[in-house]
Design a protein around this ligand. Structure first.
Ligand SMILES: Cc1cc2nc3c(=O)[nH]c(=O)nc-3n(C[C@H](O)[C@H](O)[C@H](O)COP(=O)(O)OP(=O)(O)OC[C@H]3O[C@@H](n4cnc5c(N)ncnc54)[C@H](O)[C@@H]3O)c2cc1C
Length: 393
């Protein structure tokens, strides 16, 4: 029986690994639209549920070896004063977990790829359309070729062609802010980097909340710092932002506390990425007979909870385990949908709300928000991790 996976992102690769592990009898193939496997997008913060997912497929140690385990996540105000922070060491002890870690996307991709040397990954194969009937799925590519499969797991990301064809009413929505991302590499020749050394050695990630803007700092292994900078925008693809370079980023974020300007200053400008923050309203269906949507294709979320990739990992592992229980993929796809729908919907909705809170531009409301968060009990972070761990693996 052949299952074809479309897209070799985190969801696609993890799905292949999980299916290999839990259903070694299946014939697997991956088709990827890009000409090469690039891991664009700098760093990733991942949570306790991702650790649990990797553990289920025997990858926990391999992933953590290339990651930095974080001792705390802080929310700071524009001057650098703590609004709220998590004590990950206590949480990890109490819940017997690793609640938060950071990894460079390219490093994670290497770990995932190394697990499936026997799975063919066909590059430069962009799906153009597909058709399914009782005997299988025909997949047509933009280069005019086609392939036949018994089943398809569509992990082709937020702009999934499969979702567009199966759920044409599902439309991308703009969150109202745009985002730049970069990695400062301390091993390269950026003279100002010396001052940032203590930051790279530390294990604290932070998000600084200004007015209508946010700056995140996440230490990575090997003297690197992943950063992201979100700014409110009136519409998607706003023209003035397309021309933003370091100078403009320094103008927009330079009023935030040190070392934010220094981090921007130290980044190789050719490697700064820019994306609008988008998702789509939760859909009601992931399983369509022989085709299953998984990862961002099924439930893309804004990055405010750091849960997009975590949900893709959860999904991949749960699909593998479901197929181990239910041999018929059509039935397994339906069971998967039932188990995953409520959880992913909740995360998409919460993350959307959290983004509104974090990007608040009104100074009075923002100081009320900060005041309320400063009063929040320490147990809040632990409760959140506990909820993430309540996953139906
Ligand atoms: C700014 C930002 C920060 C984020 N930070 C975090 C974080 O800290 N933690 C976290 O957990 N998540 C985070 N995320 C979310 C995370 O990046 C995604 O949820 C995750 O990468 C989704 O993986 P995926 O494999 O489903 O999709 P993708 O990574 O988009 O992969 C889809 C793959 O399919 C391929 N493809 C697309 N169309 C076709 C086609 N027609 N035919 C063939 N192939 C196709 C693409 O080339 C790609 O390789 C962030 C997202 C953003 C935008």
């Amino acid at each position: 029986m052949k299952i074809t996976i479309i897209g070799a992102g985190i969801a696609g690769l993890t799905t292949a690994i999980a299916l290999r592990k839990f259903r070694p009898d299946l014939n697997l193939e991956i088709y990827e639209g890009s000409k090469e496997l690039r891991a664009a997008g700098a760093g990733l913060g991942l949570g306790a549920n991702a650790v649990l997912g990797f553990e289920q497929i025997g990858l926990k140690d391999a992933v953590l070896t290339v990651s930095k385990v974080l001792d705390s996540f802080q929310v700071l105000d524009a001057k650098g004063k703590v609004i709220t922070q998590s004590d990950n060491l206590a949480i990890n002890r109490n819940l017997q977990t690793i609640s938060n870690f950071a990894v460079h996307r390219a490093d994670l991709q290497q770990v995932l790829l190394a697990q499936i040397p026997d799975v063919a990954i066909h590059l430069n194969k962009r799906v153009w359309d597909f058709r399914q009937n009782e005997s299988g799925v025909q997949i047509r590519f933009a280069d005019g070729t086609s392939t036949q499969s018994d089943y398809v797991v569509a992990t082709d990301g937020i702009h999934s062609i499969f979702r567009q064809m199966l759920l044409p009413e599902s439309k991308i929505r703009f969150a109202g802010y745009t985002c730049w991302r970069g990695v400062v590499d301390g091993k390269q020749d950026f003279p100002s980097f010396r001052n940032l050394e203590s930051l790279t050695r530390g294990k604290i990630a932070s998000e600084t909340w200004g007015l209508g803007k946010r700056f995140g700092i996440v230490p990575l292994p090997n003297d690197r710092i992943y950063w992201f900078a979100c700014l409110n925008a009136t519409q998607p693809k706003e023209e003035r932002f397309a021309a933003f370079g370091k100078k403009e980023l320094l103008q927009a974020f330079g009023d935030l506390h040190a070392p934010i300007p220094e981090i921007i200053q130290s980044t190789d400008p050719t490697k700064i990425l820019w994306n609008d923050i988008i998702d789509f309203s939760p859909v009601k269906k992931f399983a369509f007979d022989r085709v299953l949507l998984l990862g961002d294709a099924a439930h893309a979320t804004t990055p405010n909870m750091g849960q997009g990739a975590c949900q893709a990992i959860e999904g991949a592992v749960i699909l593998g385990k479901t197929l181990a229980r239910i041999a018929d993929p059509k039935l397994a796809f339906q069971a998967f949908e039932q188990v995953r729908m409520q959880r992913t919907t909740q995360i998409v909705n919460r993350s959307w709300q959290l983004g509104k809170l974090a990007q608040m531009a009104n100074p009075v409301l923002a100081s009320l928000r900060n005041f309320a968060l400063r009063l929040a009990p320490d147990s809040m972070s632990e409760r959140q991790v506990k909820e993430l761990l309540e996953v139906a693996y």
